[in-house]
Write a protein of this length. Structure first.
Length: 178
């Protein structure tokens, strides 16, 4: 089973993913670790990434997902995956381009979409310390976001709850899909 935890910056991907990885013993891949230095510097300057910035990053994560599927492992991948085309690229690599009109899924790969009100996520980002991503980029994240649809093997999780509760909601959603 591959769980891709997605959502805008500040939605809680790292906190919830780390909590779940430790609880379930699943391997955790933090998508931020695979951004280029140029992309990180760009975000640190308060500039949103473009599709071109994200493609090599998404293709790296696609390679990881493919490898984990082949080894029949359980793993958690943290990736904003804001656009449907990005999610298709995570699943199918370059072959998904141009993105098809009808998104498709891969058996055993699920997207947990962390969602919540702009103001709450903004407050959490503003309180976060030691991270290059500024709260000033949050609006561009919401502007770019295309919430996943059911045919993408996706489910939504409300982040207006504690980290353990959000994690428990993800576990419950997965348990009825296993
Ligand atoms: N459910 C929650 N309840 C309270 N605080 C939370 C919750 N989820 C995340 N936070 C806090 O919000 C901030 C952002 O969380 P986190 O870094 O996990 O988000 P992210 O989606 O990984 O962000 P990015 O994509 O920028 O890395 C952190 O300071 C974290 O402690
Ligand atoms: O797609 C993007 O714009 C980035 O992945 C952001 O969503 C992340 O929040 C960034 O990696 C900081 O962690």
């Amino acid at each position: 089973m591959i769980l891709i935890i997605m959502g805008v910056s500040g939605s809680g991907k790292t906190c919830v993913g780390t909590y779940l990885s430790e609880k379930l013993g699943w391997t955790l891949y933090e998508g931020d670790d695979y951004h280029s230095k140029e992309s990180i510097d760009k975000m640190a300057r308060g500039e949103p990434l473009t599709d071109q910035d994200r493609i090599p990053w998404l293709l790296q994560l696609h390679g990881i997902i493919q490898r984990e599927i082949t080894s029949k492992a359980n793993a958690i991948v943290l990736c904003s995956a804001l656009k449907r085309a990005y999610r298709q690229m995570l699943l199918f690599g370059r072959t998904c381009l141009p993105s098809s009109d009808s998104p498709t899924a891969v058996d055993g790969v699920w997207f947990a979409f962390l969602h919540g009100p702009f103001k709450l996520i903004q407050e959490r980002l503003e309180a976060r310390e030691g991270h290059y991503m500024s709260a000033a980029l949050l609006q561009s994240q919401f502007d770019t976001l295309e919430p996943p649809v059911d045919t993408e093997n996706a489910f939504s999780v409300d982040v207006q709850r504690s980290i353990p509760e959000v994690a428990s909601d993800i576990e419950s959603a997965l348990s009825v899909r296993l």
